[in-house]
Every structure is written in C-alpha cells, then in structure tokens.
Design a protein around this ligand. Sequence first.
Ligand code: ADP
Length: 302
Amino acid sequence: SIVVIGSLNMDMVVRTKRAPEAGETLFGQEFALSPGGKGANQAVAAARLGAEVTMIGRVGKDSFGSGLLEVMKQEQVHTGYISQSESQSTGVASIVLDEEGENRIIVVPGANVEMKPADIEALESVIRQAGIVVMQLETDLNMVEAAAAIASRHGIPVILNPAPAQPLGDELLHQVTYLTPNETEAGILAGIPVESVDDAERAARILLQKGVQHIIVTLGSKGALIVNASGSLHVPGFPVQAVDTVAAGDSFNGALAWQLTRGKTLDEAVRFANAVGALAVGKAGAIPSLPRLQEVKQFLQE
Ligand code: ADP
C-alpha cells in the first residue's frame, strides 16, 4: 500500500477582471472552493487508479478541515492518521485569477506545518508497513527528514516530489529512492540553470552524485527523464490539448507510486505516469482532473 505524508489545503479561487490595488475593493466574477494541497492531490491520484492509500497529514478543527477529510474519505483514502490541530487553521491557498490569466497566490500552511518529527516518529509502525512512502515539501522539512529516515531504516522506498523547491541536505537526498522534480525544481536543487532537456540531465546527474537513487525529471509535454546508475532514458509524453496544468505533477507522482507498488519497472511506471499526467492536463481543476484507471486504460488502448 501507499503512505502519502503531506499537505491538505483548501484552495479559494476568486476570478476578477483585474486584481485590486492597495485600499481598493472590487466586485469579482466568480468564487470557487476546491480541495487541494500536493499531498491530498497525490493521495487521490493514486486512490483513483485503485491503490490502497493511507494519508498522514494535519488539518485544522474548522469547516475546511472537515470538508477535506470528507473528500478524502469519498475518494477511499484512509484518513485515520490525518490529525486535527487544536490551534492552527487548515492550510489554505488564496488565489486571485485575473482576466489575463495571471494568478496571485498566498498560501497559509497552517496545520500542515504543525506536524513535527515527534509526530511522525509516533507513526513509525504505519510507515514500516508501507509498500512505498510519498512526500512533497509543503510540510515541515524536519518532519520530512524524520519520515525519510524512518522509511530508510526499514528499507521502504521513498518518492520525494521536491515541490515547492527548496535546497535539501545531502542526508535527506541519500534517503530518497525516487526524486521527482520538474525542470525548475531540478535546477534549484542542483544549483544550475535548467532550460533544456540536456540541462535537466546535467542537473539530475548532480543529484545522483548527492546520493539520490533515481531522479525522474518531469518535462511537461515532453514527458520525463529518468537518470540513475544505469544511465538516462527520456520517456516521451503523450500529446494532448492542455486545458489546465494544475495537478499535472501531482497526478504523475500518484501514478508513479501506484505502478511501483505493483512491481512495474521504472520505465513502465514512468510511461504510465506520463499518460495520467496528460489526462490531468486535459481537464480543469486539481482533484476533479485526476483520471480513473478505466480512462487511463482507454487512453493507452490497453
Ligand atoms: P509540474 O506540473 O509539477 O510542473 P510538469 O509540468 O513537468 O510538472 O508535468 C508533470 C507531468 O505531467 C509530465 O511529466 C507529463 O507526463 C504530464 N504533462 C504535463 N504537461 C503536459 C502536456 N502539456 N501534455 C502532455 N503531458 C503533460
């Protein structure tokens, strides 16, 4: 089974002709609340494909928190280890979308960053039973490090999706089995500019040197690049009409985890994850855009 350790956020999206200036009040055109957070998206992505998924995370004792728990349950994700904070609010992203398609986003992580190393250490028995552990960086970095150390101690593979990008210590990188940056994140982690697939490969080689076992750089419509001790392999993407790229990376990570727990080779798993990512960009929204297994099979004509 898959254990996702990560964030749960409520996205509050306001559509407006233009963003207000300081001190100004405007009428907007539309408002939507949508469940998200990279952890929640990745958990649902895997569950929709048929994976057994347990999520470890933290929400507030507020209506957004209970709403997120409800969504996760509906999606068949085990929620028994999603705790509720006494003092912090549920993570939120306040998103202003203007007519030009520009967005302005403020994230308040709230309860997501309240989960500390001691909290994850108390869940060692959950981690050691996992087939794979999946994490991102919207939670406390010390907690992520503690979780990776536990997984590594028990020989459980770890997927780390290093988003949003931040510099990571060598000790953590050593404990990561599969690192899944996009091109920008790969550049930041490796400390070099990444503007082409060749640059992405150079960045991945630097990360390989730092002790990561497999680096999978996602390349948007170009698919993904696998770099490990046996070499590099570019796994091409699937051409689709991109409607909304939100959650492309999240769907990719959820799909990758599911394929790996089913014993697929990394090449096969990445090809499948590319298909899931392509289907997710073909639809609007985060969680609403995540495909079910049947759709993926049809898409791949299996
Ligand atoms: P992120 O969303 O994290 O920036 P990417 O843009 O690299 O990550 O997208 C993740 C994956 O989603 C890609 O590796 C690819 O499989 C798929 N994908 C993203 N954009 C497209 C696209 N325009 N067409 C087809 N597949 C896409």
